[in-house]
Design a protein around this ligand. Structure first.
Ligand code: SF4
Ligand code: FES
Length: 292
C-alpha cells in the first residue's frame, strides 16, 4: 500500500513537471531543434481549423471550419485532430476522417496536406504525426487537405487510397531468390557504404508526400528508393533488370506522371530521400534496356 502511495505521489509530481522535461519525454518530436535551455513553458493557443470534407472520390468536396480553443502547444497535430473529433461528436456531428497508424513516423499513413505543404512545414525528416502545435501561433488559420493526386483517390475526407503504391511493389519490389537454410551473415560481403546507402533508401515509408508535392504527380522518388534499396545489394542484383522494368511499367500504367527535376518531392520527403535515387533508377532502366 505504501508503495502504491509513493508511486501515486511520484506520478502526480511527474505530471506537474514543466515543459522542458515534458519535451525530453517526447523524443518523437522532431519539429524543433531548439536546445533545451531555449525551450519555453507550454502555452495554450486558439486557432481556426479548416478541414476538407469529401464523401468519396466522386463528391466535389468542401471545407468545414471549427474554432479550437485553448489547445496546449505541446499537443501533437494528430492529438489536436482527436480533440476536434471529440468536439464534433459531442455536438452530434460526423467526425473528420483522416489516416494514421503508428503515430511515430514509421508507417507513413498520416498523409495530410497542412497549410499547403505535405506533412506541414516541419523540419525535414518529420511526418504529420511528428508535428506539434508549437509550430503554430495563436489566431492562426490551419488548413488541412488530403493528398491531391489522380492516383490516390479520396476515400473520405482526408483519407486517400494509396493502393497504387502496393501495386508497384507487387510488380517487382522484392527478391524471389531461394535462400535455403540460413547462411552465415558474412557469406556475402557488402561494403559498409553500400549497406548504409541501401538502408537510407529502405527508410522510405511509402507515405506518398512526394507524389502529392509533385506538379506532375510523379512517383519517381518512391519507386527509385524501392529500386535502389535492392539494386545496391548483391542479393538484389539477380532480378534487378526485371524489377526496374516492371515497377516503372506499373507506375506508368497507374497514371503517375514523369519526373521533370523540380525536386519538390525531395523537399517534402519525411525520410530525406534524394533525387540521386531517381538518377540511379534511370541508370538501372538504361542498363536493363541495353541487356534486352
Ligand atoms: S520517397 Fe519520401 S515522400 Fe516519397 S513515399 Fe517515400 S518517404 Fe514518402
Ligand atoms: S502515423 Fe505512422 S508515420 Fe505518421
Amino acid at each position: 500500500m505504501e508503495a502504491v502511495e509513493r508511486f501515486d505521489k511520484l506520478f502526480k509530481e511527474e505530471t506537474q513537471l514543466t515543459r522542458p522535461v515534458a519535451f525530453l519525454t517526447s523524443p518523437n518530436d522532431q519539429t524543433t531543434n531548439l536546445p533545451n535551455d531555449q525551450i519555453t513553458m507550454a502555452k495554450n493557443i486558439s486557432f481556426t481549423i479548416k478541414f476538407w470534407r469529401q464523401n468519396g472520390p466522386k463528391d466535389a468536396g468542401h471545407f468545414d471550419s471549427y474554432e479550437m480553443k485553448d489547445i496546449p502547444d505541446d499537443t501533437s497535430f494528430l492529438e489536436m485532430l482527436d480533440i476536434l473529433n471529440e468536439c464534433l461528436i459531442n455536438e452530434g456531428k460526423e467526425p473528420f476522417v483522416f489516416d494514421h497508424d503508428c503515430r511515430e513516423g514509421i508507417c507513413g499513413m498520416c498523409s495530410l496536406y497542412i497549410n499547403g505543404t505535405p506533412h506541414g512545414k516541419t523540419e525535414r525528416g518529420a511526418t504529420t504525426c511528428q508535428l506539434y502545435m508549437r509550430r503554430f501561433n495563436d489566431g492562426d488559420v490551419i488548413t488541412v487537405e488530403p493528398w491531391r493526386s489522380a492516383a490516390f483517390p479520396v476515400i473520405k475526407d482526408c483519407m486517400v487510397d494509396r493502393n497504387a503504391f502496393d501495386k508497384i511493389i507487387q510488380a517487382g519490389g522484392y527478391t524471389t531468390i531461394r535462400t535455403g537454410q540460413a547462411q552465415d551473415a558474412n557469406a556475402i560481403l557488402i561494403p559498409k557504404e553500400d549497406a548504409d546507402e541501401a538502408m537510407d533508401c529502405a527508410s522510405c515509408i511509402g507515405c506518398g508526400a512526394c507524389v502529392a508535392a509533385c506538379k506532375n504527380g510523379s512517383a519517381m522518388l518512391f519507386v527509385s528508393s524501392k529500386v535502389s534499396q535492392l539494386a545496391l545489394l548483391p542479393q538484389g542484383r539477380v532480378e534487378a533488370a526485371r524489377r526496374v522494368k516492371n515497377m516503372i511499367a506499373k507506375m506508368d500504367e497507374l497514371g503517375f506522371g514523369n519526373c521533370t527535376n523540380t525536386r519538390a518531392c525531395e523537399a517534402v520527403c519525411p525520410k530525406n530521400e534524394t533525387i540521386a535515387n531517381i538518377a540511379r533508377l534511370n541508370r538501372e532502366m538504361i542498363k536493363a534496356k541495353l541487356a534486352d
